[in-house]
Write a protein that binds this ligand. Structure first.
Ligand SMILES: [Zn+2]
Length: 62
């Protein structure tokens, strides 16, 4: 009889954004799942853009 009652220990952590379980070594390193990492990066870019737009607006006021 084969022993199928094996218990695997794999490294895992929770996504910092959605709390989902991450099991890939890359996601564990990043702290985000693939989708959440892209979303977070997009938000960061949008924030940067908004900042730039704001400073342009400020400069053009005079
Ligand atoms: Zn996530």
């Amino acid at each position: 009889m084969r022993d199928i009652d094996e218990v695997f220990h794999i490294p895992a952590r929770r996504c910092k954004r959605c709390g989902g379980l991450l099991t890939s070594s890359k996601a564990i390193k990043d702290g985000y799942g693939h989708t959440c990492k892209m979303k977070t990066r997009k938000e960061e870019l949008e924030r940067e853009e908004a900042k730039n737009q704001f400073s342009l607006f400020e400069e053009g006021k005079e």
